[in-house]
Design a binder for this molecule. Structure first.
Ligand SMILES: O=C(O)C1=C[C@@H](OP(=O)(O)O)[C@@H](O)[C@H](O)C1
Ligand SMILES: C=C(OP(=O)(O)O)C(=O)O
Length: 444
């Protein structure tokens, strides 16, 4: 577990970034590919799985509940599923590490199986709210004993048969949506989720791909997602595209470092994920999509980026959910832009691996950026392309995206930016430091 043996690193400016790189597989799709494969009868194969700690926590949990999961020398993962309704009672607590997605989606799976499971996590995950999934899963009949505030460690008792519900999401959260849909897989009848604000739709796409009876209707912009339970899932061959949330870091770095020219290949551009690239273009970023194609039912392209002078903007509130994990690095871009950026509607950032509004505001101030923290966002007055003073050590607080965002900031600062602990980056982006070095970053 991270925190006990920190790995500090210093990032400093070193001229233009150049080259072609590929980022690891999409984290959201990787989690779902393991979970659904574990529920299909027969062997599924997953190519391009993200081998980050969060996804490996999901793999371990699915093994503990009966699936056989192996990695071949060819890098392909093979999963023998147990069938919907046949998850086994885990013998020990399910250790979720730093991963909110693993925890909340697996709680959905357990809810409609007649098993009891205890979930534990690291110091960051143990602070995050689980009430948002406990509420709908309790309506379906599951029972919970939690730590104060509805937090981890918690023990839940699933129930079979569970009760199908119709649930309107009170927060824009793909994790809550997915938890209810996954619980609905083993629940007789129709389970319905009403989603007023669209969030990433990987669960819907993949459930359909595995043969579940799932439909999506639109009522204006509200999505009504219905799944018929007691499904039989058919094993699949899944190819996981590169993670746009990981691509965000080399893309922003290349925009900010003058003279850079970087290509990030094979990046997933599902519209419910890719709003960052639109926002960066609105700010004047020179970003092109080459070689557009489809991989595993998801749109994919190579992203070609050139160093650009960015302009501050008011970020759109409609697409917050489609770039929710990308705001920390967008704040860094805004700190170098010309003029003011106002980003609002971001209250969800406060309940991620860290309070990403407070931690980014504090860190940006420490390296000389002008920022004002708002309850639901941030106002940033950019330097207009001038490097930041830098010269500070940033506490990453077990948050991989905070660590990578300030690593990017170091590349456009006069004095080194040191990250107190880069180890949490392995949760979502193993190989981040080597990839940035390959592009020309100076890391010590
Ligand atoms: O469903 C998913 O895979 C995810 C959903 C988002 O969380 P919320 O649903 O809490 O917004 C996102 O922040 C997380 O990194 C992954
Ligand atoms: C919020 C994130 O992940 P999770 O909720 O799975 O911990 C993230 O990766 O930025």
């Amino acid at each position: 577990m991270h925190g006990s043996n920190p790995t500090p690193m210093a990032f400093r400016s070193n001229g233009p970034l150049t080259g072609t790189v590929a980022v690891p597989g999409d984290k959201s799709i990787s989690h779902r590919s393991l979970m659904l494969s574990a529920l299909a009868v027969g062997e599924s194969v997953v190519e391009g799985l993200l081998e980050g700690e969060d996804v490996l926590a999901t793999a371990a949990a699915m093994r503990a509940m009966g699936a056989q999961i192996t990695r071949g020398d060819d890098g392909r993962w093979r999963i023998h599923g147990v069938g919907v309704g046949s998850l086994l009672q885990p013998e020990t607590a399910i250790e979720m590490g730093n991963s909110g997605t693993s925890t909340r989606l697996l709680m959905g799976l357990v809810a409609s199986h007649p098993i009891t499971a205890t979930f534990t996590g690291d110091a960051s995950l143990s602070k995050r709210p689980m009430g948002r999934v406990i509420e709908p899963l309790s309506l379906m009949g599951a029972d919970f004993t939690t730590s104060p505030g509805g937090r981890l460690p918690l023990t839940m008792r699933g129930i079979s048969p569970a009760v199908p519900i119709e649930y309107r999401l009170p927060v824009a959260s793909a994790q809550v949506k997915s938890a209810v849909l996954l619980a609905g897989l083993n629940t007789a009848g129709i389970t319905r989720v009403i989603e007023p604000v669209p969030t990433r739709d990987h669960s819907e796409r993949m459930l359909k791909g595995f043969g579940a009876d799932l439909s999506v209707e639109l009522d204006g912009t509200t999505r009504i997602i219905s799944i018929r339970g007691e499904a039989e899932l058919k094993p699949q061959h899944i190819v996981v595209p590169g993670d746009p949330s990981s691509a965000a870091f080399p893309v922003v770095a290349a925009l900010l470092v003058p003279g850079s020219h970087v290509t990030v290949t094979n990046v997933g551009l599902n519209p419910t994920r890719a709003a960052l690239f639109d926002v960066l273009r609105m700010m004047g970023g020179n970003i092109e999509f080459a070689n557009r194609r489809e991989v595993g039912g998801e749109p994919v392209a190579d992203i070609v980026v050139r160093g650009s002078t960015l302009k501050g903007i008011e970020t759109p509130v409609e697409t917050v959910a489609s770039m929710v994990d990308e705001y920390p690095v967008l704040f860094v871009a805004a700190a170098l832009a010309e003029g003011r950026t106002i980003a609002r509607g971001l209250e969800e950032l406060r309940v991620k691996e860290s309070d990403r509004i407070a931690v980014m505001a504090e860190g940006l101030r420490a390296i000389g950026a002008r920022v004002e923290e708002l309850e639901d966002g941030m106002i940033i007055d950019g330097t207009g392309g001038e490097t930041l003073p830098g010269g500070a050590t940033i506490a990453a607080r077990l948050d991989h995206r905070i660590a990578m965002s300030f690593a990017v900031a170091g590349l456009v600062s006069k004095a080194d930016v040191t990250i107190d602990d880069m180890a949490p980056v392995a949760t979502s982006f193993p190989g981040f430091v080597d990839l940035m070095k390959a592009l020309g970053a100076d890391v010590a």
